[in-house]
Structures are given as structure tokens and as C-alpha cells.
Design a protein around this ligand. Sequence first.
Ligand SMILES: *[C@@H]1O[C@H](CO)[C@@H](O)[C@H](O)[C@H]1NC(C)=O
Length: 424
Amino acid sequence: MVSFRAALSLASVLVALFARATLADNPINPSFSYGSTKVRGVNLGGWLVLEPWITPSLFDNTGNDAIVDEWTFGQLQSRSTAQSVLTNHWNTWITEQDFVDIAAAGLNHVRIPIGYWAFEVGPGEPYISGQLPYLQKAVGWARNHGIKVIVDLHGAPGSQNGYDNSGHRISFPQWHSNSTNVQRTDAIIKQIASLFINDQDVVSVIAPLNEPAGYDGSDVLSVVRQYWYDSYGNIRFPYGTSQQSNTVVLLHDAFQPLSYWNGFQTPPNWQGVAIDTHIYQMFSQDEVARTNQQHISAACANAPALSSFDLWTIVGEWTPAATDCAKYLNGRGVGARYDGSYPGSTAVGSCAGLTGSASGFSAAYKTFLRQYWEAQVVTYEQGAGWVQWTWKAEDADEWTYQAGLKNGWIPQSPTQLQYPNICG
Ligand SMILES: *[C@@H]1O[C@H](CO)[C@@H](O)[C@H](O)[C@H]1NC(C)=O
């Protein structure tokens, strides 16, 4: 704990000493006017961090049902097989053409999830490393096509939430309860800030940790708050001097209402901090039971909180999907609430025609996807903007920006709305 406090006091001293000087400068990243220009972006999910639902074939091809995340992907099959499958995936899942297409779709940001194991792997951790050169390539492609990059640490040592998308699907995530894990994460954020120190015009945002499990209680939240202070120092002061970077620090709300973060790291003493909130409507029985109109109304109801919050608020994950039907969405081998195949759930209806290939989607369903997409875009632009989850997936078109563009429920430019008054 001593080193956390020391890092906090260093950050506080630097802030106190230099707040006045930096206020006179433009506190906004000169390459993008956060807060006035809307963030319109897409996540490159399932690329540098595997997710079973995004690439089910990589998991099914192992022939081993116990391989449910990237940890077990490295642990429960031959290392050379895992290495070659991953290398092929990194080389093919996202290429420069995706950046061409993302720019052509009128988007200005990508958020790129990456795990701590791209930076260092501890003893006994079965992860396979090698993702970092691809992140660096992606930054070059983003530069070529005028796209900003949010580098998003999506998995921390010990796992910050136990989800498969943190790298390790476990019941008792151990990031927050083990100070070694937190210190390792601090060092990785420092490393990321230093790696892109000369690319702040492209890597304009660093998100120091995706979705820490704040719902587990105040012991988690107090570690998260301290880690956010340390991250501020690590991201805003990467030069080892009083000179401040332009990089925006994007803090996830840890599943707390925005009001929980009122006054946290706000100007003028803190510069360039934004809050990231994720809005989904399918991870509870009540939510999957909503009608289409109720999904749309619930999305619109976020507007007051987003427009009034005292930091820039980016909805860093959301989707036009309204069910949990996508194969493996709740984990490899786990069913869906919507059709009652998830333990303890009550069926709402059949998943047929609601997931998989858009060729099986009805015209009415595609119209709903368009309306729900537009309701969310209109609402999230009441805040600082949005980043949809996710660009592509093997077999869940309702989730992907690519399929939405191709099949017409996402417009070729995000300002071409058919239902601009859908939220009334
Ligand atoms: C804390 O985590 C580190 C890995 O980061 C591990 O080596 C150590 O055994 C853990 N400590 C405890 C008490 O679990």
C-alpha cells in the first residue's frame, strides 16, 4: 500500500504544482476536441484478447470443452498449436483494410482491447504473448486512415472481473485483493504510456482497466479508486517531469451509477479525464424480457445522466443486439436467458432468427435493429459519444458494425439517421 500512496502523492504534488500552467494550455487533446466533437467508434473485440463468442471456431477446433478463455487456450493444448493458431488469428482477424472500412463508415475512433500478458507473463501463467507488435501495427494503420485509438487494458493479472474476456474465467477474481497484481498493472500502464509517447495524436486515449468488478463491494472500489489515481500519474506524466501529456485517461465506471463518480478527477485540478460506461440490456432476466419498444425507451432514458455528468462520458461498449442468444455470449458451454437454456432463466422465446447470419434475419427484426441502434446513437451523443461493441464476429451479426453496414441497419455514415426523433 505504501507505494500506492507514494504514487498518489507524487501525482497530487505534480497536479498541484502544474495545474495552473496546464490550464493556460489547451487541456483538450489538440488532435481531437473531446467534449465538442462526438466520439463515434467501434471496438476491435476478439482480436488481441480472445472471446469465445466472437471466434467460437478457435475454441471448437481445440476439441476440448475445458478451453473456455485465453488462459485455458494456452494451458490445455500443445503450446505450439496454440501459438500457431493465435499467430494466424492476429495476422488475419484485423488488417489495414478494416481501418479503411472503419474510416469509410464515418467513424473516428477504435478501441483496442489488449491483455496484460501482451506485456509480461508471470511464473505459472499459461498465457501466450506476442500481441504487442499487432497493437503497434494497428496504431500505424489508424494513423494512415485518420482514426484515433483508445488503448484499453482488458485483462489484468489475477483478473479484474473473472469474465472470459478478462482472459481468465474464474469465480473469484483476484486483481484487487493482491497488491502485487495491482503493482504489475501500474507498471503496464506506464509501459503503454511510454510506448506511445510520440503517438499521442493517434493514441489519444488510454483506458487503464476495463470493467473492474465494482459490484463486488467497497473493498474493490477502494482499490479501483487508488488505481485510477496512480493511472492518472502514469498516463498524464509519462516524461518523468512536470510536463503533462495530451493523452485522455478513460476510467471505467466500475458498474457504478455515474453519480458515484461525481467530482472524481474533475477540472481544473485534473485534466483530460473521461468516464467510460457500458450499456447492455441482455445480462439479466428482466432485461431480456423487455419488448422492442421497452429496449428503445430504456436506451433513451440514459440521456439525462449522460448529458449532465461532470466529466466527458463515453459509452465505450454497447450494441444493437437485444438478446443474449449469440453462441457462447455467456461463456463457452453456457446457454442463453432468452431461450431459457441459461441456468435459472425463464424462456422469453426462441433464439432462431435473432442471432447468427443476417441472412436469417426478418425485415421486421432488421428494422428494430436500426431503430434501437439509432436510439442509442442519439442518446449517447448527449454525452461525449460512443464506441460500439464490436466490429466483427464469426457468427453473431446482430452485434457487429460490419454486418450492420452490409445489411442496412447501420447507415453508411453515422449521421444519416432515419429515426432522428425516436427518443421523442
Ligand atoms: C499475488 O499475485 C502474484 C502474481 O501477480 C502471485 O505470485 C502471488 O502468489 C499472489 N499472492 C497471493 C497471496 O495470492
